[in-house]
Write a protein that binds this ligand. Structure first.
Ligand code: GLN
Length: 191
């Protein structure tokens, strides 16, 4: 199983370490030529969505990746990655891939509460640890989007087709179940 991990900025190493431990081969996607290698799933890591969005355009990687996502490639998007997928941002005029029909609020927990940890149930997995870092939450979802988990009444994990969007950072916790679930989805896609 080959997983492409967007590696232009942000917390991609932690995803890579976890996925490699689970037996996946990881390809760091840093430039357009990296997209020529065939991979079975895509990770959009946390970081700074504005910087990532700008670099994706400048490096001419944007259209190819958008095409893969629209074509059904499984995506695991965490935090800034969720912002890149969102069809709409409630407090920002940017739209990046826009493939996930949800409205996302950036830096939704404010500066004081910007970073925190909690545990919460996630549908299909059970109770998982959740680390939030200047995180967004999902304010609104359209038809076909499944809310998998809420924290304080706000959606923090959603699934739409093969796109899994998370407000938090599962790559920063010991728990492997979300990445395992993602790899299962990728193996179905590659079969
Ligand atoms: N606050 C960042 C943004 O708006 C996301 C933070 C993160 O990915 N940890 O892009």
């Amino acid at each position: 199983m080959k997983i492409g991990i967007l590696a232009v900025q942000g917390a991609f190493i932690e995803h890579e370490t976890k996925l490699a431990r689970l037996g996946a081969e990881c390809i760091e996607l840093r430039q357009k030529s990296d997209l020529e290698i065939k991979f079975d799933g895509l990770v959009l890591p946390g970081g700074e969505s504005t910087v990532q969005g700008k670099l994706l355009r400048e490096l001419d990687m944007f259209e190819t990746l958008k095409g893969e996502i629209e074509g059904g490639m499984p995506v695991l998007a965490t935090c800034a990655g969720l912002i890149l997928l969102a069809e709409k941002l409630s407090n920002d005029s940017h739209v990046y891939f826009g493939t996930l029909p949800v409205t996302v609020k950036r830096n939704a927990y404010g500066r004081q509460l910007g970073s925190f940890r909690t545990v919460q149930d996630m549908e299909g997995i059970g109770t998982v640890p959740m680390t939030f870092i200047r995180a967004p939450y999902i304010e609104d979802t359209e038809n076909g989007v499944k809310v998998l988990s809420c924290v304080d009444g706000k959606a923090v994990a959603v699934k739409y087709g093969s796109q899994l969007g998370l407000s938090f950072h599962p790559e920063l916790d010991e728990d492997d179940r979300i990445h395992k679930l993602f790899l299962e989805e990728c193996s179905l896609y590659s079969a």
